[in-house]
Design a protein around this ligand. Structure first.
Ligand code: FAD
Length: 380
């Protein structure tokens, strides 16, 4: 077991492994990643794998556009096929509020250089004839959005980082962060002590608990989010389709299975991630109304994972004020997979060069909550 490291990353999901990969690419030696279970055992391995750039927050658009650039050359850079597919994202608007918001969003996204446009109901019906569009007002479509396999992406980053010299310690839990006079000096794990002066908290649903180990309070809470996968059908659905009003998203995998989920606004925060009967009944009743071809399709597997939420549902990517060299990339809500490549790159640049170089993430600092900038949860 390693007893010393230049940087320790806690958490072996997509965010932690992306950071490890980019740190090694920056030439850092002795990077150690510690994961309490197996790689991608957290939210990452349970997620829908969707990658969208259509956001109402400009910062998310920028981060997601940078991530898409990195996903587009992932195979070349990281060395593994991750079933990346750019079939687009189709966002459905059913209310006047959504119509107004989508027009505003598309204008801002186009300003950022994103290839996105409004589709009328008729155009949507022509392009995607297999959907029941009753009640639809309009849709937005971005052809470079898409999806990938989250397990493969995590493994790819971890393997590439190991090849460049990183050490991945799975089945090893961090139980304490040793801070002396405001400076990190090491971490305690279930398998021994590792001396280090730089730690990154990338622990998803456990970000708050791990933050407290260093005496840093992160305003994050975790919520159960459920999803299921059906038996495979022939390929019919290119884009990932979302309706916020009807509370669903759906995509078809490379092998033909349909993956779909919804949020449950009534659930209190917890670390619960057992699947519920209520979800299964609601989804299997609702989805065939919008996608009639799903009527007799069987559900193969149903599972749940944790959304780690900040007060405004946007990530917190920052460095602690009270403890030196304690970084965190947490609170990703339902969009941590798609943002991970750009976030991994930004944190690695910050550690090695003193600041992120490719994208500006200054809006994602922890201090925004004490300044009261925004406490509205925004998932659109
Ligand atoms: P995680 O993957 O949770 O990894 C954190 C790791 O830290 C875990 O493996 C955990 O075991 C480890 N850990 C915790 N505590 C310790 C400790 N003390 N010591 C050592 N290790 C520790 N995002 C998208 O972009 N697109 C989607 O389509 C999408 N769909 C989703 C669907 C569902 C059902 C869910 C639950 C989430 C979805 N998300 C989606 C969100 C996305 O999965 C997360 O934002 C992202 O995976 C977060 O990655 P992470 O690496 O930060 O966290």
């Amino acid at each position: 077991m390693k007893t010393e490291a230049s940087v320790v990353i806690i958490g072996g999901g997509i965010v932690g492994t992306a950071i490890a990969f980019h740190l090694c690419k920056e030439g850092l030696k002795d990077v150690v990643l510690v994961e309490k279970s197996y790689l991608s055992s957290g939210a990452t391995g349970r997620c829908g794998g969707g990658i969208r750039q259509q956001w109402s927050e400009r910062m998310n658009v920028r981060l997601a556009m940078r991530s898409v650039k990195l996903f587009e050359r992932f195979h070349e850079d990281v060395g593994m096929d991750i079933e990346y597919y750019q079939g687009g994202y189709l966002l459905l608007a059913y209310t006047d509020e959504e119509v107004e918001l989508f027009h505003k969003n598309v204008a801002m996204q186009q300003e950022e250089g994103l290839n996105v446009r409004i589709l009328s109901k008729e155009e949507t019906a022509r392009k995607f004839p297999f959907m029941n569009l009753a009640g639809l007002k309009l849709a937005t479509f971005c052809p470079t959005d898409g999806h990938a396999n989250p397990h493969l992406a995590t493994m790819a980053y971890a393997k590439a980082a190991e090849k460049m010299g990183a050490t991945i310690l799975a089945r090893t839990e961090v139980t304490d962060i040793d801070v002396q006079n405001g400076q990190i000096v090491g971490i305690q794990t279930t398998k021994g002590y590792i001396k280090t002066s730089v730690v990154v908290n990338a622990t998803g649903g456990f970000s708050r608990e791990v933050g407290l180990m260093a005496g840093v309070e992160l305003p994050t809470e975790s919520y159960r989010h459920q999803i299921f996968v059906t038996e495979p059908l022939e390929h019919i659905l290119d884009p990932l389709v979302i309706s916020f009003t009807n509370n669903f998203y759906i995509r078809q995998t490379k092998s033909g299975n349909f993956v779909m989920g919804q949020g449950d606004k009534d659930e209190p925060p917890s670390h619960k991630h057992d699947p519920s009967w209520k979800f299964l009944v609601e989804m299997t009743t609702k989805m065939p109304k919008f996608f009639p071809f799903l009527k007799n399709v069987r559900v193969l597997r149903h599972w749940a994972g944790l959304y780690n939420m900040s007060p405004d549902a946007q990530p917190i990517i920052d460095k602690a004020e009270s403890v030196s060299d304690f970084y965190f990339a947490v609170g990703f809500s339902g969009h941590g997979f798609m943002l991970a490549p750009a976030v991994g790159e930004a944190i690695a640049e910050w550690i090695v060069h003193g600041h992120p170089k490719k994208v500006d993430i200054s809006n994602l600092k922890l201090e925004r909550f004490s300044k009261g900038v925004s406490k509205e949860k925004n998932v659109v």
